[in-house]
Design a protein around this ligand. Structure first.
Ligand SMILES: *[C@@H]1O[C@H](CO)[C@@H](O)[C@H](O)[C@H]1NC(C)=O
Ligand SMILES: *[C@@H]1O[C@H](CO)[C@@H](O)[C@H](O)[C@H]1NC(C)=O
Ligand SMILES: *[C@@H]1O[C@H](CO)[C@@H](O)[C@H](O)[C@H]1NC(C)=O
Length: 341
């Protein structure tokens, strides 16, 4: 918009009045532009904003990473010993036992798929409740001893700390899974078709590979009421670089180390999938589109039959009950009949 008016200014006859008018319009446009810009930074009154805009980093939007986080619960040798082809990492809150159990009984129980070893790990932070009562801590410990699939790191588990969780996941994978080809970060409210996923991965590049629902040119939310609000001080650009939606993205195991190296140079933002996209841009690695556009999905289209579950890799569900239901439907459907449709 600004460029075209400058262009017009040059073209008009060089009378003083017109020139003035042109400058005035330009000035007003820039003024409006800057006002909207500054208005997006949080809860600071206007004159102050002018001064605090660049140096102040609101900690809630730019979380503490890199930082040395340790593990309260770990499986130090399992990945190394099992050498799985694919590792599924599921971030989940400590108190969400129901989600973990449902996944263990549905897609998380598939340990050999198309002849490849697949293993799952739940990634937890610390719970606020844990400080008050010992019960949850004790329950999670018992669960870990029983299933050997819990990794618990020592930061507070909250929405704003999800970037920390993701980076801790990359740290864990790069140091614990030397003989693994791929990993996937997948949310706990997702239907995952592990068979279709492994099928895609068997034909995929082994290096510099990341895929999922790739978003391009997503605008940065500057509205304070948005769940994804991002102040200019934390991220000044208008749109995000391409990134794979956090509901489920897959990557080759050479990437965790590279992303960790990049993170030392890329300022953290609290939206975890965006941050991974920023690190990928820093590395100059392009995200790969899935072989079919309808494999990684967010929502199930209305009116589709149960054959739908045999054709996708991901779909967001409402809750654990729905996952159990969908899993039953998926188990009973005739896959070869669906393929003929
Ligand atoms: C995590 O999030 C909470 C609140 O969202 C915050 O108070 C805490 O300092 C954050 N960081 C770590 C490392 O726990
Ligand atoms: C790595 O895994 C492959 C197949 O999963 C196996 O054949 C190979 O022996 C493993 N190598 C090591 C060093 O564990
Ligand atoms: C599944 O569908 C195929 C193709 O329509 C059919 O030949 C087969 O008998 C079906 N299997 C079962 C168990 O219904």
């Amino acid at each position: 918009m600004l460029e075209s008016s400058v262009y017009k200014c040059k073209k008009t006859p060089r009378t003083r009045a017109r020139r003035w008018l042109c400058f005035l319009i330009l000035f007003l446009m820039m003024g409006t532009f800057m006002l909207t810009f500054y208005n997006s930074s949080p809860k600071v009154s206007w004159p102050l904003k002018f001064w605090t805009i660049s140096p102040a980093v609101p900690s809630a939007y730019s979380v503490a990473y890199p930082h040395r986080y340790g593990f309260k619960l770990d499986e130090p040798y399992r990945c190394w010993q099992e050498s799985p082809f694919l590792v599924l990492v599921i971030p989940v809150a400590p108190n969400n036992r129901e989600a973990r159990d449902t996944i263990r009984n549905t897609w998380g129980k598939e340990t050999t798929v198309l002849g490849q070893v697949v293993s799952r790990y739940f990634l937890l932070g610390l719970s606020k409740e844990e400080e008050g009562t010992e019960t949850l801590k004790e329950q999670v410990l018992q669960e870990s001893q029983r299933h050997h699939d819990i990794l618990q790191s020592d930061f507070l588990d909250s929405y704003n700390n999800l970037t920390i969780k993701t980076m801790v996941m990359f740290e864990w994978l790069s140091s614990h899974c030397p003989n693994t080809s791929y990993a996937m970060k997948v949310d706990s409210d997702i239907f995952l078709n592990v068979h279709n996923l492994v099928d895609v991965l068997l034909k995929a590049p082994r290096q510099l590979y990341m895929t999922g629902m790739v978003v391009k040119g997503a605008l940065v939310h500057r509205d304070h009421n948005s769940k994804w609000f991002m102040p200019v001080s934390a991220f000044p650009e208008f749109s995000y670089p391409p990134y794979a939606l956090g509901l489920g993205y897959v990557f080759s195991l050479d990437l965790p180390k590279k992303i960790l190296e990049a993170s030392a140079h890329v300022k953290t933002v609290y939206i975890e999938d965006v941050y991974v996209g920023l690190c990928m841009r820093h590395l100059g690695i392009t995200l790969t589109e899935p072989p079919r556009g309808d494999l990684f999905r967010s929502l199930r289209p209305y009116g589709t039959s149960n054959c739908y579950w045999t054709s996708v890799i991901t779909t967001i569900l409402q809750d654990s009950n729905q996952l159990s239901e969908v899993w039953r439907a998926y188990q009973t459907v005739n896959t070869s009949a669906c393929a003929l449709q």
